[in-house]
Write a protein that binds this ligand. Structure first.
Ligand SMILES: NC(=O)c1ccc[n+]([C@@H]2O[C@H](COP(=O)([O-])OP(=O)(O)OC[C@H]3O[C@@H](n4cnc5c(N)ncnc54)[C@H](OP(=O)(O)O)[C@@H]3O)[C@@H](O)[C@H]2O)c1
Length: 262
């Protein structure tokens, strides 16, 4: 029998998004996988198809392109093929001094990390609230908790996702629909190489795998949590930044990021 629940995961071609798709299929979801790399998405769909008797749908899209984003918005809003869980995971980071940045790339980062996430959240929530079930997991970062010198736009996009998702979580109380923000720390994926971050400068004990992050996220989501910070160390960092003055946390962040800058 085909599973009755469907999850749509953005940024499913690699990393944390791929691990979400694999784990959700293992938990009995049909999955819709979204990213730009259609070859990787097709290979993933082949791997997932039939692993649980369910379906794996490939929906290639560059979410910074308004026309391609609209197609994904229409898919999540389609009440004839309801989405029960939307994982807004696609994202990337730019590194370096903002004054010397390539402005179009910064805007692209805002388009993916914020605009696409907000549009897909809005498109999926209307039918979920109408049905009285379903939910969102929005992927931010522990970078959301303080200003991030040399990573300014990225940290600001993740602060937006954190604030936005927690506010929507409160608004949804009593509707049967959930919204959780996931704030991972250093996770071994292609993310660092793509952002020109020197992973060798980050000590081993700070790292988690995508599978560990996803397991924590789904446990917290099942419990109806507003925020998930996976891993005890990351939880400690988040707590520390919560009670320290921003003048201290932004200097500490600058020291850490400067070490990892290539
Ligand atoms: N890894 C970490 O240490 C870490 C820490 C905290 C938070 N995060 C967050 O976790 C999320 C996933 O990151 P990751 O670590 O798994 O990185 P990743 O391995 O680089 O994966 C990023 C995913 O986003 C997709 N993507 C990039 N640009 C896109 C676009 N324009 N349109 C559609 N999809 C696009 C990529 O697929 P295509 O290239 O095929 O499009 C890929 O599937 C991000 O939001 C990131 O900010 C990561």
């Amino acid at each position: 029998m085909s599973p009755s629940k469907t999850a749509l995961v953005t940024g499913a071609s690699t990393g944390i998004g791929r691990a979400f798709a694999v784990e959700l299929a293992a938990r009995g979801y049909n999955v819709v996988v979204v990213a730009r790399d259609v070859v990787k998405l097709e290979a993933l769909a082949q791997e997932l198809k039939g692993s649980n008797g369910g379906d794996a749908e490939v929906l290639p899209a560059d979410l910074t392109d308004p026309d391609q984003l609209r197609v994904v918005e229409e898919r999540v809003a389609d009440t004839s093929r309801p989405i029960d869980l939307l994982v807004n995971n696609a994202g990337f980071a730019t590194m370096g001094r903002f004054a010397a940045s390539e402005i179009d790339r910064e805007i692209e980062e805002i388009s993916l990390n914020v605009v696409a996430l907000v549009r897909l959240s809005r498109a999926s929530l209307a039918p979920m609230v109408e049905r009285g079930s379903g939910g969102l997991i929005n992927v931010a970062s522990i970078a959301a908790f303080q200003p991030n010198p040399l990573n300014a736009t990225y940290g600001a996009t993740k602060a937006y996702v954190n604030s936005f998702s927690q506010a929507v979580h409160e608004e949804l109380k009593g509707t049967g629909v959930k919204c959780m923000v996931l704030c991972p720390g250093f996770t071994r994926t292609d993310f660092q190489a793509n952002a020109n971050i020197d992973s060798g400068e980050v000590p081993d004990f700070l790292w988690q795998t995508s599978e560990e992050v996803v397991a924590s996220a789904l446990r917290a989501y099942d419990r109806g949590r507003a925020v998930c910070v996976p891993g005890a160390l990351n939880t400690g960092v988040a707590a520390f930044t919560g009670f320290m003055p921003s003048g201290v946390t932004r200097r500490v962040a600058a020291m850490v990021i400067r070490r990892a800058e290539k």
